[in-house]
Structure formats: C-alpha cells, structure tokens
Design a protein around this ligand. Structure first.
Ligand code: PGA
Length: 251
C-alpha cells in the first residue's frame, strides 16, 4: 500500500535561528497528533545538521533540496549524497522546476542525480511538471512523459519503488494558482499509467505521486482525496507550522 507523504520544501528561506523555531514548533505539534502520512521537512543545507539533531526521536523525517551526483572533488558550491546522508537526510528533492528553469538542469543531469541518490540510500523526490506555455499549447502530457522517461532512464524496478514522484505544474508554484482537483488528477493518472507501461501495474500502484503548487490547508482535502494524489510537496505553506500541519491533517 502506498503511503501519503507531505514534504515541506523550505527553498532559500529561514536562517538558523528561524529554522530552530520552526522545527521545534512542527515537532511539538506533531507529538500529540496521529497523522496518516509521513511528514518530511527540507530546510536549506546550512540548517540540516541542526534539524537532524532537533528531529532525533521525532517522527518527522529530514530531506535536502538538491545534491550533485559526483562522489566528491572539485565541484565548488555543490553538496554530495554522502554529505546529506552523514547529516541524517532520508530524502532529497531532485529536478525541482526552480532547479530546471533558474539553474538549467536537464533531464539527463537529474537522471544522474537520481541514480546517485539511490545508490547512496537517499530517497529521491523527483519533480516534474509543465510550464504555463506548455499547458496552453496542449503539450503537458508530452512534457511530463519526456521528463519521466529521461529522468528514470536505466532505473531498475527495485529502485523505482524508492522514488517519490512530485507532479508540480510550474504555473501553480508560488503563484497562488492551484491546479483544480480534476486537472491534477488527470496528470497523476497519466503518470501512474506511464509508470505501469515502463515498469508494471503493480509497481506503478506502489509509487507515491505527490502534487505540488500552492497547496494550502484549504485546498489540501480536495486534492488529497483524488485517487492518484498521494501527498503534497509544499512550498509557501510549509514555512508556518500551523499551515504545514493543516495540510498533513488533510491526509
Ligand atoms: P508552493 O511551492 O507551495 O509555494 O507553490 C511548491 C514547490 O515549489 O514545491
């Protein structure tokens, strides 16, 4: 049975003291809640070690927002999978649309990162999604298919089961515009069917597919009640404990 995963992508927000306050608030609030999901926070690299210490003995898991695929060496400014493991990360977000558009990451680069994460025992949260122009020109399914086929190239059946897919229409990220539940479910079903074609129906059925793009406590229930939406990747609303947990409760 696939599980709901709610992950908070903090992006480039929160200095160390702000992070400590937010993590403590999240941890204290979930201590008294029985949540029907795995809760993950992805703070900036600089705060991961502190986050890991604060989350010790809590059921909130830790993730990073990016990594490089090489083991180590002369890659100024980059962080490796082993480094993320060493500070207690379980997940790593890969291929986020901001990485693709602002930093020029290609499907091929993302594929290398996914492979390295998997071989390092980090679970990738693999992001895909179309831009507004692609949606308006009717190429959403082609774009998403290419991102999946190329992003998952040479990933085995055993490994693909460790991946969380996050469908995030770029036009809905940080814009306050959410995809309707019908628009989101249509693409989620397409992704599930594509995974069934590439692997098998059994495998596709086990893979968590999150929705991301302006998810808030008010729209979480309707999105998460769709048959193929298994969680959320949350940006803006994860920066306050109350709204992040409001989304988690929707599960
Ligand atoms: P948003 O961001 O919730 O602020 O739209 C989502 C994301 O980028 O993962």
């Amino acid at each position: 049975m696939r599980k709901y995963i709610i992950a908070g992508n903090w992006k480039m927000n929160m200095n160390l003291s702000e992070s400590i306050a937010l993590i403590s608030a999240i941890k204290n609030s979930v201590a008294n809640e029985k949540l029907n999901c795995e809760l993950v926070i992805c703070p900036p690299f600089t705060n991961l070690e502190t986050a890991s210490a604060l989350l010790k003995d809590s059921n909130v898991k830790l993730g990073a927002q990016n990594m490089y695929y090489e083991e180590n060496g002369a890659f100024t400014g980059e962080v490796s999978a082993a480094m993320l493991k060493s500070v207690g990360c379980k997940y790593v977000i890969l291929g986020h649309s901001e990485r693709r558009t602002i930093f020029g990451e290609s499907n091929q680069l993302i594929n290398k990162k996914i492979k390295k994460a998997l071989s390092s025992e980090l679970l990738p949260i693999f992001c895909i999604g179309e831009t507004l122009e692609e949606r308006e020109t009717g190429t959403t399914f082609d774009v998403v298919k290419k991102q999946i086929v190329e992003g998952l190239s040479e990933i085995s059946e055993t490994d693909v089961l460790k991946i969380v897919v996050a469908y995030e229409p770029v036009w809905a990220i940080g814009t306050g515009k959410t995809a309707s539940k019908e628009q989101a479910e249509e693409v989620h079903l397409f992704i599930r069917n594509l995974l069934a074609e590439l692997y098998s129906a059994e495998i596709a059925n086990e893979i968590t597919i999150q929705y991301g793009g302006s998810v808030k406590p008010d729209n979480a229930v309707e999105l998460l009640s769709q048959p193929n939406i298994d969680g959320a990747l949350v940006g803006g609303a994860c920066l306050k404990a109350e709204s992040f947990l409001g989304i988690a409760k929707a599960c």
